[in-house]
Design a protein around this ligand. Structure first.
Ligand code: B4P
Length: 181
């Protein structure tokens, strides 16, 4: 089983991923975490990615797909893709990578949550890219570049929309119901 968790920045993808991977024994692949690891290592890629992320923009599809392909090579487990894909080009690239393994995405969980609740959550988190201007840009980028994925996966009958507000436990119970069905 390969699962994607899709949602606006700060919608709780990373938070729910921790619960989902435990319950369903999936391998967690977070492109955000991978990019932050590159930044912390001081690599050239990390340096370039930091400038893009601090503005709230998306890192290039080629870089992201290259990082993901590398991870898929070494994995025999079902995957939970967190924060990836974020563009139609990334979704098509992922479909191709999985097809090479005679595999495909089984479920896409969309976390649906009100914009103002998102802004509040991210300001409280206070990561380097969590200031109000960057957050507003990340939301605009999401609406323009990532939201079209909702239709992409709905047309493949893979999309389930889950209410993303409430406690972490309440939201996870909704996701668990979908993935156990
Ligand atoms: P990501 O690391 O993917 O992070 P995110 O979208 O900001 O957050 P997430 O939805 O995981 O929210 P979280 O659980 O942390 O992206 C960061 C940046 O990396 C992007 O802007 C982009 O530049 C770059 N990037 C990453 N992937 C990319 C890709 N594929 N292509 C191009 N660029 C890419 O939750 C947020 C906060 O809310 C936390 O503080 C959490 O504790 C809190 N919270 C969670 N659930 C809650 C709840 N139920 N109630 C109250 N608070 C809650």
């Amino acid at each position: 089983m390969h699962v994607i968790i899709l949602g606006a920045p700060g919608s709780g993808k990373g938070t729910q991923s921790a619960e989902i991977t435990k319950r369903f024994s999936l391998k967690h692949l977070s492109t955000g975490d991978m990019l932050r690891a590159e930044i912390n290592s001081g690599s050239e890629l990390g340096l370039a990615a930091k400038a893009v992320m601090d503005e709230g923009n998306l890192v290039s599809d080629d870089i992201i797909l290259g990082m993901v392909a590398e991870q898929l090579k070494n994995s025999e487990k079902g995957m939970l893709f967190d924060g990836f894909p974020r563009t139609i080009a990334q979704a098509e690239g992922l479909d191709k990578l999985l097809a090479e393994e005679k595999s495909e995405i089984s479920h896409v969980i969309e976390l649906d949550i009100d914009t103002e609740e998102i802004v509040e959550r991210m300001l409280a988190r206070g990561r380097d890219d969590d200031n109000e201007d960057t957050i507003r840009n990340r939301l605009a980028v999401f609406n323009k570049q990532t939201a079209p994925l909702i239709e992409y996966y709905r047309s493949q009958n893979k999309l389930s929309t889950v209410l993303g507000s409430g406690t972490v436990e309440e939201i996870f119970a909704r996701i668990e119901k979908v993935l156990s069905a």
